[in-house]
Design a protein around this ligand. Sequence first.
Ligand SMILES: Cc1cc2nc3c(=O)[nH]c(=O)nc-3n(C[C@H](O)[C@H](O)[C@H](O)COP(=O)(O)OP(=O)(O)OC[C@H]3O[C@@H](n4cnc5c(N)ncnc54)[C@H](O)[C@@H]3O)c2cc1C
Ligand SMILES: NC(=O)c1ccc[n+]([C@@H]2O[C@H](COP(=O)([O-])OP(=O)(O)OC[C@H]3O[C@@H](n4cnc5c(N)ncnc54)[C@H](OP(=O)(O)O)[C@@H]3O)[C@@H](O)[C@H]2O)c1
Length: 485
Amino acid sequence: MYNPNPTNRDNGTAPTVAVIGCGPGGMFFLHAVATKRREMEQTQQIESSNCVLPIVTCFESSSSPGGVWKSDRNGGTTNMYEALWTNGPHFAMEFFDHTYDEHFGCALPMYLPRKLVLEYLLARVTKNDNKFFDQVKFNTTVQSVKYDDEMSKFVIQTLDKTGSVSIGHFDKCIWAGGKNSNPYIPKAMADVLSSFEGRIMHSSQTDENFDMDTNGKSVLIVGDNYSAEDLTLQAIKLGVEEITICSRSGNGTACETEAWPGDKVDVLEGFLPTGVTNDGRGVILSMSEYDFDKDKYTETSDTRTLEVVDTIIFCTGYSSNYGMLDASLRPDNESACFSKDDLPKDWKMTSNFLSEEFGDVPVGRIQNHPGLQRTLYRGALISNPSMMFLKEHIDVPLLSLDVQTWLLLAHITENNIPSVNEMNRWNKEQFINEMDNVFQRFNLDMKYKEAFDDMDDDHWTEDKFDERTIELIQEYYRLQFRTLA
Ligand SMILES: Cc1cc2nc3c(=O)[nH]c(=O)nc-3n(C[C@H](O)[C@H](O)[C@H](O)COP(=O)(O)OP(=O)(O)OC[C@H]3O[C@@H](n4cnc5c(N)ncnc54)[C@H](O)[C@@H]3O)c2cc1C
Ligand SMILES: NC(=O)c1ccc[n+]([C@@H]2O[C@H](COP(=O)([O-])OP(=O)(O)OC[C@H]3O[C@@H](n4cnc5c(N)ncnc54)[C@H](OP(=O)(O)O)[C@@H]3O)[C@@H](O)[C@H]2O)c1
């Protein structure tokens, strides 16, 4: 096993840590440990300090690092497609310890191609150690993780590409398996489309053969966010005949897009596929009404029929893969969501630009939110804080992962986990703070989302240049970064 801290006074006391996944999250954690070790060596603290760095083993299913940023699709994991350009500005992904000047040495466009970001991320972690990735067991899938109470150790079963199964014991386990690791296709919708005779694919299957699915074809896209927008533009470039995007809530970027190149795109807000035509070649779409509080859609009699569809692309997003974790170690269980009972009885939102229009919106169903779960305290599972999670959860995924790695390292080296009561109290305070923020409450509280949904399309919140909108967006980001800090 690779030992990241060979000069530790007493390796017998160094905790052993298993990291699941070598995407950005996993490799940033290894990088944080290496950085801390170097700092301690430089200040000669390594012998005198009480800080004992962990011995880390990282397991990665595929044959190389980078997670979704790769495009090779080896090992059956989710990858971006080769020609993807980022949707976030480059300055939100620059790291202080490997600047763009140092790496690229030239001016950069606002958005970067996937390939350059991957190169940059790999260069950052290997620049002080060209054997950095020796500590990763590639082609090795973590099949199961259980916690043995008697031993106080995680029992981790892995499978390598030779078919060999191994069992290892670890003091800590960090899940870095990726929020976007499993393509998500709503089962009910897949069932409705089972008699469709054309091609059905998920956005993650887009590859160099995408022209065969789009050139001269009639395409239906389900879902209206980034993948939908991106693949629509790709398909137009590749000579698609026509594209229909159907959107459940109308909240995604494709619905916000005011103009598309060519005259080939039709966006149907509120429509979802509800059937297939008798010849199996067309799709019937129905207008659906959404009950925000019950999270339920009801079909109406307003339907559209697309007589000929060649390709259906599900751009319905992804889900995290917690399948390898024992049920007791998963963060997304039934008690993960906050509810109005977590707010003080007399709770009222602080007055803001929308208060007069909205009045006091009663608190509704609170949606599961990756950045705020009752089961987790700053990345550590409250019921067993030796189990930790590295999950992107704000609008700057890479930065958020990097910050969290230092938090998890501190959990391990400083043993800084407070009592369960204290963790719950901290989480509740965070929840109250977030409910007081207009756009964060929109993300969390379904009744508040509904109040937004009821507003006219030309409301000032839709105008990104309105001073009130700008202030609310800034408040939203201030909250995100304060939380991260
Ligand atoms: C299409 C797409 C476009 C995106 N574009 C952007 C963008 O422009 N900007 C941005 O900042 N973010 C973007 N993201 C978000 C992206 O998820 C994060 O930037 C980042 O990759 C998350 O890193 P991660 O390490 O948490 O997860 P991942 O990158 O998913 O890495 C997880 C790793 O864990 C491994 N793994 C999973 N299960 C196991 C197991 N059982 N055993 C061993 N290994 C396992 C996987 O093989 C993978 O290598 C995009 C995501 C997608 C899907
Ligand atoms: N160029 C890029 O950088 C790029 C490109 C693609 C993706 N990404 C990233 O990849 C991640 C995933 O993006 P994504 O666009 O694939 O997924 P996403 O953001 O999760 O959007 C999923 C879409 O599917 C819809 N949907 C989900 N479940 C549904 C259901 N049961 N029925 C009907 N519609 C349903 C959602 O509608 P509702 O709004 O109603 O929930 C939403 O429109 C994001 O982090 C994104 O930033 C980046």
